[in-house]
Design a protein around this ligand. Structure first.
Ligand SMILES: Nc1ncnc2c1ncn2[C@@H]1O[C@H](COP(=O)(O)OP(=O)(O)OP(=O)(O)O)[C@@H](O)[C@H]1O
Length: 315
């Protein structure tokens, strides 16, 4: 895989040698007795931004689970911050896919961010100051919470109940929650999902800034690569049985994707520089739920033959 510049490294827990933030070598995974993807080679250095792309159901969220240590790889080697996945604790921040809050939820944005600091130990923070050492810890937490709320630009609505914040505002607060313990790696599962275009652009810019200015490595599952395309260092494109990783231009092109999927895939560039992938094989039949009740042989969304509809990369 082409690496634009040498990734910054951390010490490997076993060997003591310098190690990238994330390293997958020949990694593969099986769920429910079925191989999802295999042969994934990927290195992510400090401050690098990498997107995980591929059709629905191909195993993007499963790759996230592998990085978090929740899902064991079936093949190859996976290291996160120089250790086996799941060992890095607060050094890894995580934003799960599709979280929504009930409008009547009383928890404020600030409380949600604070849960990222000590929610695993204390639940919702106490509303009164604590004395002594606990007071100092509590003040440090409050300062860090205020700092990350500033970092994501959420000051104006952080004291509002989270359920009354917009989708974009909630997403910024959840990113702040994932950042509050100063992670070196941020793993984001479709953080732009269900946001409108201006909010997609704003949250993408925020994530890019976190990478560049804070030196945090970001691995982000994306349904549409376009909002983040200009900010990415690398992409990993998953397919049933295979994968390809590299710089966006080296991966998201007709020749590479046709080779990966074993069928003719066209990557078109629109006049405003957006990528559209045409002919990418649709997800396996398991994902019929995402396509309504289309008649056999017809896709509900596009009316096209399954797997032949145009879609933005990756879609
Ligand atoms: N524990 C499990 N047992 C059996 N199958 C599973 C399990 N977890 C996930 N799967 C299946 O593995 C496949 C990959 O799931 P995953 O959520 O990783 O895909 P994805 O690429 O993130 O999909 P999407 O784009 O729709 O979010 C799906 O077909 C899913 O149903």
């Amino acid at each position: 895989m082409t690496v634009a510049h040498a990734p910054a490294r951390t010490a490997d827990a076993t060997t003591g040698a310098a190690a990238p933030v994330v390293a997958l070598r020949g990694a593969g995974v099986r769920v429910g007795g079925r191989a999802l993807w295999s042969g994934v080679d990927l290195e992510v250095g400090a401050g690098e931004f990498v997107a995980v792309l591929g059709p629905n159901g191909v195993g993007k969220s499963t790759l996230v689970k592998v990085l978090l240590g929740v899902q064991q790889p079936a093949a190859g080697e996976v290291r996160v911050l120089g250790a086996r996945p799941g060992r890095a604790g607060a050094r890894v921040g995580y934003l799960p896919q599709r979280r929504s809050f009930d409008a009547s939820l009383r928890l404020r944005g600030t409380d949600v961010v604070r849960l990222g600091w000590d929610g695993d130990r204390w639940g919702v923070p106490l509303p009164f100051p604590l004395p002594g050492r606990w007071g100092a810890r509590s003040r440090a937490a409050a300062e860090r919470v205020a700092e990350v709320i500033g970092l994501v630009g959420a000051e104006a609505y952080a004291d509002r109940p989270i359920g009354q914040c917009s989708g974009g505002e909630q997403q910024r607060l959840l990113i702040a929650q994932a950042l509050v313990r100063r992670p070196e790696l941020l793993v984001l599962d479709e953080p732009l999902d269900s946001l409108d275009l201006p909010n997609q652009a704003a949250v993408a810019a925020l994530i890019g800034r976190i990478c560049r200015d804070e030196g945090v490595a970001v691995v982000m599952v994306a349904h549409d690569v376009n909002p983040i395309l200009s900010r990415l260092d690398r992409v990993v494109y998953l397919a049933e049985g295979g994968a390809v990783a590299g710089r966006p231009a080296d991966v998201i092109n007709s020749a590479t994707l046709s080779r990966l999927y074993g069928t003719s895939v066209e990557v078109l560039t629109t006049s405003d520089g957006r990528l559209v992938v045409v002919g990418q094989p649709e997800a396996p039949a398991r994902h019929t739920d995402r396509h309504g009740n289309a008649p056999a042989g017809q896709d509900a969304a596009s009316g096209a033959e399954p797997g032949r509809e145009g879609r933005r990369a990756d879609g």
